[in-house]
Design a protein around this ligand. Structure first.
Ligand SMILES: [Zn+2]
Length: 309
C-alpha cells in the first residue's frame, strides 16, 4: 500500500533533498503513472526544484530555495540538494470549465534522520504527511476511475514544506498551469489519526473553515467535514495552502491532527495510524474534490481572505 511504502524506514524520513526523499518522489511518480494521471512536471511527473545548503550569518547551514538552476551549478556538489515536486493531472471534460484548475496537494517531505528518541532516529512522518500524500494519490485514483471531472485537477506532492514551503514557493514561481486558472486548492495534511474535536473516527476538519464558502459547500453535501476547533493554533497559516490563499485562491487544508505528542518525533510511525479512519477521510476527500471540480467555485467570505504577502 502507498502509505506503508512512504512511511517505511527505507524512505529515511524523506528529508528535502535527501536520498530517501528522491526515492519517495520516484515512488509517488510511479503511483501517479499507475493511476493514469497526465505527467505535468518539467521532466515527466517531476518538477525539479533548485535547493542548496547555504550558510547563515550565524554560521548555521540551512536548506534554501535558489532562484534558478544556473545558481545551483555554482554550489559545490556536496552543498547541492536538488529537490523534486511530483505533479500529475486529470484534464477536465467540460469544454469551458476544463480551463479552470482545482489544485489538490500534500507535502511528502519530512524531517529525515535526526536525534534518536528511545533508540529510533528515523523520523518517518507517517501522519505528517505520508497520510496526506497517500490521500492525494488515492483521491486521484478514485476520480480517474470514475466520471471525468468537469474542471481540470492538478495533483501535487510537494517537497520542502518542513523547511519553509520551498517546493510550493518554486511551484508558484514556475506553475505548470497559469496561476490565474487555479480556482481552488485543497491540501491534505495529517489525516492518519482521528480527532475527537472533529467528532472522532471518519471525520475531518478544514483549516480556516469560515474564511470561504468551501467548508459550507462540503457540509451541505453531507461530507463529514467540520470547522477547525483550534483556531488559536493557526493551522490555516501553517502549511502550503497559505501561499495560495495569500494569492487570493480559496485554499484550505483538510486535517484530523489531534495534537498527538508524536508530532515531529520518530514515533510518528505507521503502527499508530488508524487505517479505517484514514480510509473514510480519504473517501470524504474524494467527495470534496468532486464538488470542487464539478460544482460552484468557492468564494472568500467577508474578511476571510488573508493579506497578500
Ligand atoms: Zn505537515
Amino acid at each position: 500500500m502507498v502509505m506503508s511504502a512512504l512511511a517505511d524506514d527505507s524512505m529515511e524520513g524523506r528529508m528535502t533533498g535527501s536520498r530517501g526523499s528522491a526515492k519517495a518522489a520516484t515512488f509517488i511518480a510511479q503511483q501517479m503513472g499507475a493511476v493514469g494521471l497526465v505527467p505535468a512536471g518539467d521532466s515527466g511527473y517531476f518538477q525539479r526544484v533548485p535547493i542548496a545548503l547555504t550558510r547563515r550569518s550565524n554560521g548555521q547551514e540551512r536548506l534554501s530555495l535558489l532562484t534558478d538552476f544556473a545558481s545551483l551549478d555554482t554550489f559545490p556538489a556536496d552543498k547541492r540538494r536538488p529537490g523534486l515536486n511530483v505533479v500529475g493531472m486529470i484534464r477536465g471534460s467540460d469544454p469551458v470549465l476544463a480551463r479552470e484548475v482545482v489544485l489538490v496537494d500534500a507535502h511528502y517531505d519530512h524531517l529525515g534522520i535526526g536525534k534518536p528518541v528511545n533508540g529510533d532516529s528515523i523520523y518517518n512522518g507517517a501522519d505528517d504527511d505520508a497520510s496526506g500524500t497517500t490521500a492525494v494519490i488515492e483521491i486521484a485514483r478514485a476520480i480517474a476511475a470514475g466520471l471525468r471531472p468537469k474542471r481540470t485537477i492538478l495533483f501535487v506532492a510537494t517537497t520542502g514544506e518542513e523547511v519553509g514551503l520551498l517546493g510550493t514557493r518554486w511551484f508558484i514561481l514556475h506553475p505548470p498551469v497559469a496561476l490565474t486558472s487555479i480556482v481552488s486548492n485543497l491540501e491534505i495534511e495529517m489525516i492518519g489519526r482521528p480527532d475527537s474535536l472533529a467528532g472522532g473516527p471518519g471525520r475531518a476538519w478544514l483549516t480556516g473553515y469560515a474564511r470561504s464558502t468551501m467548508g459550507a459547500m462540503f457540509t451541505a453535501a453531507g461530507l463529514p467535514i467540520v470547522a477547525d476547533a483550534r483556531p488559536s493554533e493557526h493551522f490555516f497559516e501553517r502549511s502550503d495552502n497559505i501561499a495560495y490563499a495569500q494569492m487570493g485562491i480559496p485554499a484550505h487544508a483538510l486535517s484530523t491532527y489531534n495534537m498527538h505528542t508524536d508530532y515531529h518525533r520518530p514515533s510518528d510511525e505507521l503502527s499508530r495510524i488508524n487505517f479505517r479512519h484514514m480510509t473514510q477521510v480519504i473517501q470524504a476527500g474524494v467527495g470534496a474534490v468532486r464538488i470542487l471540480a464539478d460544482g460552484a467555485i468557492p468564494q472568500w467570505n467577508k474578511d476571510g481572505r488573508p493579506a497578500a504577502q
